[in-house]
Each structure stands twice: as structure tokens, then as C-alpha cells.
Design a protein around this ligand. Structure first.
Ligand SMILES: Cc1cc2nc3c(=O)[nH]c(=O)nc-3n(C[C@H](O)[C@H](O)[C@H](O)COP(=O)(O)OP(=O)(O)OC[C@H]3O[C@@H](n4cnc5c(N)ncnc54)[C@H](O)[C@@H]3O)c2cc1C
Length: 384
């Protein structure tokens, strides 16, 4: 295996994760409980603020440090989905916020006193077609008044702030469909019960995802990030970091499955010999390793381009697609290698299998990535 970046960070993440064994995650998973203690421990160790510049109290490291952290969390059998947004959602404020907004929010986000874990884009009727979102913010004096609905907004109940995408000009009144959307920073502590209702959605994995209802929620106009009407571009900027980081979680998941499958295949004896002696068992493990190694190289490339400030939309998308498919192949292989035990809760394989499946759908589904490559890179005709 090629040498991995940030070996010291990886080692300390592994040590921290060892305090949160499978039994911890199994108990939470059963009742869909948020891993508060795990998130607190990561926060106190400074792992969630590595991307915040030093001037605002973070470590000021590049994206590859964050990919190393998330990969190791997932390789250890833990799950960063509960808190990965605290790492990168602040990028919208950092990149597009005013000096006053940065000074007001970033130090608290770096220390963990302010949780910015929620990112509200998806809506039930528009789906992936983001320019058709209907949640609307009407200007009224010093406030925006927000009405509408969002779905699949993860960690909203465990967040003090939310980066929210709204329409501020109706779609039929703008020259380009991506114009007329804006980003608001919503203080959830003021909003809940005053125009914002959060309803948890139970899913096949423990991801604290929710549905949000906005009913004339007042948000101070001072909480507008950047310019009104330019919000779609700001959101797209943040998505590259998100895709690369989630790809690194998939790489971690894949390594978890390969580690577990290799160990089990070497030790489990059937017909008087280790099952791993059979090529029918060996080859899928080896194939998972080959596929995951290739995906990891693309994730590293995308992270390096992001760190260098180069445009990396295509690479971020490709990294997410390859990594999510490689981790899913590894998950399936790991269940097969374990036979019946792959289904047993105490082995953690079935839990990780459910968790890693998400990433072919969210934060962007595979078809939409293929569509980006087909039309933006290969210049094939657009289908929508
Ligand atoms: C657990 C979970 C957590 C999430 N967390 C968040 C969050 O925190 N914030 C947030 O904003 N969103 C979140 N999402 C939403 C997620 O980003 C979307 O589910 C995802 O982008 C897909 O959108 P959709 O569900 O509306 O699918 P749709 O857009 O309805 O698409 C359904 C299927 O059709 C395919 N499809 C659609 N159009 C085309 C086309 N033209 N050509 C080919 N195929 C097409 C898609 O690829 C997909 O497979 C989360 C989702 C889940 C499940």
C-alpha cells in the first residue's frame, strides 16, 4: 500500500476511536440515538476544526488532513456522518461571509461551542433539480421571512446553526435558473418553535436526518451570506469539499470491510481448512482491495487539487463515485465472506453495510455524476 498522508493524525484518530467499539455503535443504532459522546470527544481533540484557519482558532490544515481523519474514523468501524459537516459547512462562511460574520461565528465553530452541522438544500418536490427549490425568503425590513419545506436535512436537531439555501427571486423572474437563490445562516436556537419545526425521519441507518417546515420564520437580513441571488454558486463551492470528504469516508469503510474479511477468511475453518485458501473467497477480497486502491488514488488527487485552489468539480465527483462504488463492493464481499455471521449485529458488518450504501445516493447520486462527466467533460448533449 502506498504511504498514507498525515500518519500522526491517523494514529491519534485510531487511538480515539478505540474508545468507541462496536458495542457503542450497536446500542445507538438500535434506537437511532445520536453519538453525542463520540462527537464531543472528537471536538475536544480538535479533529473537527482542522480546516478552520488558525486566526479563528482552528488548525488551519488542508483538506487532506480532514480526509485522513474521516478515513480513519470509518476504518475503525466508527461513523463520521454524525459530525463531518462541522468540518466543512463553515467553508461557506469562510469563503463568502463578511469579516463580521467570520469574526462572530468561526471561533465558536472552531471550539465546538457553536455546532454548524446542518446544511439545508434538498426539498421533497425538487429533488436533485436544485434550481426548482420552493423555500422562499421574502425581505421584510431588517428580516427575511422564510416559508417552505426541506427534507433529508441531517443533524438539524444537533446543530446550533444551519446554512440554508432559499429562493429570494422566483425562478421565472431570473435570467438563469441558478440565479435568484440565496444562502442564509439560520440560528436554530432562535428558530425552533418560532417558525421552524423539525421532524426526524427514521431511515435504514442511524443518521439523525430530518424534515424541516418553515412557516414565516424570521431570519435577520444580517445573516445573509454574500450577495443576495448568488447563493447557488456559494453552495456549489462547498460541495466539492463535501464530496471529497465523503469519498474518504467510503475509503475508510472499504478498508474496514477488507480488514475484517481478510482476518475472518484466514481464521474461519470449513471443510478442514481456512475459507481464505479458496480462491472463490480470496479473489473478491483482492478485487475489493484493487478497486479501493484505485479509488483512493483519485480521492488523494482531488484533495490535492482542492488544497492547491484548482478547480476540481469533476475530480471531486469522480472520487465520490469511485469510492462509494468500491466501498459498496467491499461491503457486499465482506457479508459474503462472513456467511451467516455477516448478518449478526455483533459483527458490525451489517451496520457498516447499511451505512456505506448511502453514499451512492447522497450527497449526490451516481447518475448525476455520470451526467456531469458526460456533458461537462465529454461534451455530450445535455439531457436536462
Ligand atoms: C440519509 C440522508 C441524508 C441526507 N442529508 C442531507 C442534508 O444534510 N442536506 C441536504 O440538503 N440533503 C441531504 N440529503 C439529500 C440527498 O442529497 C439526496 O437524497 C440526493 O441528492 C438525491 O436526491 P433525491 O433524493 O431528491 O433524488 P431524486 O432527485 O428524486 O432522484 C431519484 C433517482 O433518480 C435519479 N435521477 C434523477 N434525475 C435523473 C436524470 N435526469 N437522469 C438520470 N437519473 C436521474 C437519481 O440519480 C436518483 O437515483 C440526504 C439524503 C439522505 C438519504
Amino acid at each position: 500500500m502506498p504511504e498514507q498522508s498525515h500518519p500522526e493524525i491517523r494514529e491519534s484518530v485510531r487511538r480515539l476511536c478505540a474508545e468507541f467499539p462496536g458495542s457503542y455503535w450497536q446500542a445507538l443504532d438500535r434506537d437511532r440515538i445520536y453519538p453525542t459522546e463520540f462527537v464531543r470527544t472528537l471536538t475536544e481533540a480538535g479533529f473537527l476544526s482542522v480546516l478552520v484557519p488558525e486566526g479563528f482558532g482552528g488548525a488551519g490544515l488542508g483538506l487532506s488532513a480532514a480526509t485522513a481523519i474521516l478515513e480513519e474514523i470509518h476504518r475503525s468501524g466508527c461513523n463520521g456522518g454524525a459530525c463531518h459537516a462541522q468540518m466543512y459547512t463553515m467553508g461557506t462562511i469562510l469563503k463568502h461571509g463578511s469579516a463580521e460574520q467570520k469574526a462572530r461565528y468561526l471561533p465558536g465553530i472552531a471550539s465546538g461551542d457553536l455546532r454548524l452541522q446542518a446544511f439545508g438544500v434538498t426539498e421533497p418536490t425538487s429533488g436533485t433539480d436544485t434550481t426548482r427549490i420552493k423555500t422562499f425568503a421574502r425581505r421584510d425590513g431588517d428580516d427575511y421571512v422564510v416559508s417552505g419545506q426541506k427534507i433529508w436535512i441531517s443533524r438539524a436537531e444537533h446543530s446550533d446553526l444551519m446554512v440554508l439555501l432559499v429562493r429570494t427571486t422566483p425562478r421565472d423572474q431570473v435570467a438563469k435558473s441558478s440565479d435568484g437563490m440565496s444562502v442564509l445562516l439560520v440560528d436554530m436556537r432562535d428558530a425552533v418553535g418560532n417558525g421552524l419545526t423539525i421532524r426526524p425521519v427514521r431511515t435504514m441507518l442511524n443518521h439523525a436526518t430530518t424534515e424541516l417546515f418553515f412557516d414565516d420564520l424570521r431570519v435577520p437580513a444580517a445573516n445573509l451570506i454574500g450577495e443576495e441571488g448568488k447563493g447557488f454558486k456559494y453552495i456549489l463551492d462547498g460541495m466539492n469539499a463535501e464530496r471529497i470528504l465523503i469519498a474518504s469516508e467510503c475509503i475508510g469503510d472499504g478498508r474496514f470491510f477488507i480488514d475484517r474479511a481478510s482476518a475472518y477468511a484466514a481464521e474461519r475453518e470449513v471443510f478442514g481448512r481456512p475459507i481464505g485458501e479458496n480462491q472463490g473467497i480470496q479473489f473478491p477480497i483482492a478485487r475489493a482491495y484493487v478497486q479501493l486502491s484505485a479509488a483512493a488514488a483519485v480521492v488523494d488527487q482531488a484533495a490535492a487539487m482542492f488544497e492547491a485552489g484548482e478547480p476540481c468539480g469533476t475530480e471531486a465527483n469522480m472520487a465520490k463515485m469511485l469510492a462509494s462504488e468500491a466501498s459498496w463492493y467491499a461491503a457486499d464481499m465482506c457479508v459474503q465472506t462472513h456467511g451467516g455471521f455477516g448478518f449478526a449485529e455483533e459483527y458490525d458488518i451489517e451496520r457498516k453495510f447499511r451505512e456505506t450504501r448511502l453514499y451512492q445516493v447522497a450527497p449526490i447520486s451516481t447518475n448525476l455524476i455520470l451526467s456531469h462527466v458526460a456533458t461537462h467533460v465529454l461534451k455530450l448533449p445535455k439531457s436536462f
